[in-house]
Write a new protein. Sequence first.
Length: 658
Amino acid sequence: MSSTPSPAVLVVVGAGPRATGLLERIAANAPELWDDVRELRIHLVDPHPPGPGRVWRHEQSALLRMNSMAEDVTMFTDESSTIDGPVQPGPSLAEWAAQFSGRSPRHAPYAEPTDPDVLAELRTLDGSDFPTRRTQSAYLDWVFRRALAQLPPTVTVEWHPTTATAVTGPPDGPQQVHLADRATPLTADLVILAQGHLGSRPAAEHRDHAAFARRHGRFHLPPEFSADADLSALRPGEHVILRGFGLAFIDLMTLLTEGRGGRYRTEADGTLTYLPSGREPVLHVGSRRGVPYHSKTRYQLQGPRPPLPRCFGPEAIDALLAEDRPLDLRRDVWPLMAKEIGFGHYHELFHAHPERTALPWPDFVAAYDRLGWYDEDMATLVATAIPDPADRLDFEALDHPLDGLTFPTPEAFQDHLRDHITRDVARREDPEFSADLGAFLALLSVYGQLPRLVAAGRLTAHSVAEQLDGWWHGFFGFLASGPPGFRLRQLLALSRSGIVRFLGAGIRIDTDESTGTFTATSPTVPGHTTHATALIEAYLPGPSLDRTEDPLLRGLYREGALAEEVIADPTHTHRSGLLAVSPTDGHLIDPSLDSPHPRRIALGAPTNSRAVAAFARPRTNAPAFRQNDAVARALLRALSATEAETATSPVNGRPLRV
């Protein structure tokens, strides 16, 4: 008998950034945790190219861009990463791009991108530029290939460019991963689900609007990924209501203007004028807040990096959990979160712009540390130390800029909102207001600490539903995930041209059977109703296991082989639509076992780990990187311990090796 052990087999469903990050961590940890004799076969299942995956695939409009600067995007761990595995630094997107302009040596053997437009962009890309998504696609492709090159010879990877439709198998035996285009499934010791952001079939409200549109020959688009949306049925000059003012709206705005042949001219004063092609529809946009997301900052810290976390870190969470009672996010947790964000803001203000402060930093921070965020003495301290209200952090004004405002005519509101956007862009591009970046970095730190608190299960069901998944998620996106400033300058030009019209806050969408039109009203402009022949829900689909477009997850859910996160207390039950996983290692909670499934793990967007993006800003101890490392180490140990029941199935994938 041969003494060579049977191969271990891992199937990863999804091959986008999350799977790529996991593969990078497998390569980093393999020298310690995988022997040099036994073979490990990794199968990647995804109809889209490995590395970029669906969302970041090259095949999308060249007009679509990231909302992060090139220097703020990385797929690699660094000195800030608190992980058990080895830190293996790698280039940010900006550092990687520099090799193509001759500004730095190559980081690993890599052929130039075949798309000449992407290569031209890389050769001129500056760290403060907002790259196209196609350029990010090229970076993710390189990261994936680098991870392959760093795997030991005993670890091989195959890509199956198809869809996984089901996974079967007993918890104590091999798992069968069924593929859409093959009769024979893949057989695995462990299965990782890393499908990323998923589409959903329309909810009831959207189905009603779709039925109305069919009856009257109108256009309706439910929540959908912008790059996938078919907008061809919208006619030139057609009036369209868009509900949502975030990044999905910005993408749709771009596709329906520049994407239809329009262009911008820069005037002598630096403002933009839109030159229409004549094929654009008229876009009427509104949302709950009625304003676009805050512009991304385009500057670096002017002072030293704030030491984070300070007010909302492990010790603060330990203290909250030690109280052994149900927690309300706004009452019990938000004051610490707000104080942390305030610390980041004021640390930068005092260190970079001391002329605008009236106390020495040591005196201010000593008092700041003693006080609670809502203490009356805190308000006095801030007012005394920071004379200009524009330098103080006012969350209510940031969160609801139209509260209490009404306008007599739509035109009066157009003028007001154009002024609001102009001031926001100017502030986010002026390093004199770099304290906003300090607040942003603290906001990221807060986000990274929250998963542990959520996993402890101490937040009330109402708090998770209304405050965490509702208010906080929206507030974080509004402050931290806005568009680049140039997009908002384009929005201003479109507004001045009349192609974009602002509706206001708290918009209500109805239908008018007599005219066959969708209608929109807002308390911001009382008494005014907008009629349109098209309605677009300009936001991404929310999580939903019963409506997910992913056949594997939908099948497991209907079979009762996975669980939706349900948080219940005596006063409220919250069904989040997220996939329930064990908080420590990501194993699927299998209701039929009443425990985590030992051979199935899920990572990333669809899960209740509520992890942030698979790539992150450098030196922010990214939660996704921490999770990737922990899971990679756990699965290598688990696979090392198994006597693989069967070898891999005869299904042929695409062997990948650099």
